[in-house]
Design a protein around this ligand. Sequence first.
Ligand code: MN
Ligand code: MN
Length: 313
Amino acid sequence: MSKPQPRDAFRSPRFSQPPTFMRLPYRTDLTGVDVALVGIPFDSGTSYRPGARLGPREVRAQSSLIRPFSHFQQVAPFDRLTVVDAGDVDTSPLSLDLAHESIETHIGGIVAAGALPLAIGGDHSISLPVLRTLARKHGPVGLVQFDSHIDTWDGDFGSKLFHGSSFYYAVTEGLVDPRRFVQVGIRGPMYGPDDFAFQRKHRVTVLDIDEVFRIGLDAVSARIHSVIGSGPAYITFDIDAVDPAFAPGTGTPEVGGLTSHQAQVLVRGLHGLSVVGADIVEVAPPFDGPGQITSLLAANLLFELLCIVARRV
Ligand code: MN
Ligand code: MN
């Protein structure tokens, strides 16, 4: 049986039909599926300006333009993998705890079906329940985090969980092996010099934005590979790793970041890692610029991630 393909753009215009990711079939029966695109429209873990709950819809809409072959990775992912759009997780917008429970259950179903979850957030808190699910199957995983923020604070406003505490708990709950955890693109004003105490204590690798530009993208990719090694790895891409000039549609923008192209090159550089799941988070369409450039970038980075997974098959 031939694998599902995006709708043929020569027969069905790209702006037609309900927008699934890259116009793939929408399917919730994941029997035989290799990769499940799944939306997690939840942003009640946001501490500044909300809007990422609208990310999955707009990223899907902007993904209509993406063509199915990667020249730069020389791969046609839909020929190698069975990929479907598995729809969204239904989450409570009113309770972070309930939402995280439903995310964990829903992603658990995807993983149990043997599919790799490729998630579209949502705020960055959604990575924690996804990692809880994956760690149950794989044990502590390696983690590549593209972000301008460290997200290793232990809480905010009296709540342990918010979009800035995901990786504090991912490490302290044993979901992520901190020696196999690398943060890329960190920048912006901090609360104080102790913000990196967690990284020092747990030996988390930080490649801040100055180091990224000082050593160059190829060296960054080499560092990522040496930290992560060959074990199972999760990729989390907070869109605010990219400069707000290129990705203004996000809740906590930080100036002085990556260009769109640098982000693409860094994701392509993940080729060879044993990826067991990935997400792109913090796309907030209400703050996006003309042309929905942030959602368009997020859709393209998801495609690059898909190609990374396909190249290992
Ligand atoms: Mn983040
Ligand atoms: Mn961030």
